[in-house]
Design a protein around this ligand. Sequence first.
Ligand code: PLP
Length: 351
Amino acid sequence: MSKYWSQVVRSIEPYVPGEQPKDKTYVKLNTNENPYPPSPKVLAAIREAANENLRLYPTPTCDELRQCIAQYYGLAKEEVFVGNGSDEVLAFSFQAFFNPGIPILFPDITYSFYPVYSALFHIDYKVVPLNGDFSIPVEQFFENNGGIIFPNPNAPTGKYIPLEAVEAIIQRNTEQVVIVDEAYIDFGGESAVKLIKKYSNLLVVQTLSKSRSLAGLRVGLALGQKELIDGLDRVKNSINSYTLDQLALAGALASFEDEKYFQETRRKVIATRDNFSASLTASGFNVIPSKANFIFISHSQMNADEIYQRLREKGILVRYFKKPRIDNFLRVSIGSDEEMATLLQALNEIV
Ligand SMILES: *Cc1c(COP(=O)(O)O)cnc(C)c1O
């Protein structure tokens, strides 16, 4: 605590990202990074963009990248917003669409950044308790609210709700914005992007960090009708007009242009997840069915925090959240087949 801190800085409890330890090489399955490298075409594009033009500011409107993403999703450029990671896009969205007063709604077990943004921007919120099996109780989002945000698939549970359920929530809340955080949608879910033409209150947020192996490049995006994108632009141009640097713009563009590589790596992660989930179940673990690049697991005979510690000693990092309802679960990112085999062996030794 410092006397120089503003009131809001004194009172907020910042988000704690998964650790990136440098003391030794871990099998790192704690931050949902993709085990596969970015497309070689992405790396080539970034190398090529590292030239004397870095002297200049990047284009503030990111037209080429937005046009490419628009075409990819069958939208107009005016329906695409890009930012420095989807965390930034989400933060801008809270500022652009949510107000103090009537609480916004999000699940009690969800991405821990939502309550942090709410506190930072003075937005009131109410959490909706997930059902006992961690599924999202759709009807609970029909009550009066100032806006809605949820990830689909949800994090850290990996649970997915079908597009009809997402649409029901959007349809019942037309007077406020519904944000669907699709950070993990490429791992087997159906995107709500196809509902954008139909609903002016829908904002879909995605990231290149997970399914496109570009967590280090920091690129996220929002898709929605022009009015919403204009709202995000107003926030961006009130904070930082150049949120994407020239290297990120070049790399992100190349990623969307290399569909073959994207499909290949995405399929590999899905296959590894499904195989690993089956092996874990056979080893006596409770595995929540996941449509993400991570799984949420527990074991009836040993506490999750103990398993977490024992794995750490063996050089394997997973994520443990000491929070109500989920403090006996571990979130395990899907790595390569070799990494998952190492983890499986370690888990079988521990429990
Ligand atoms: C990882 C993640 C993000 C943010 O990713 P960025 O790297 O900031 O693009 C957003 N939402 C959820 C639910 C996530 O898990």
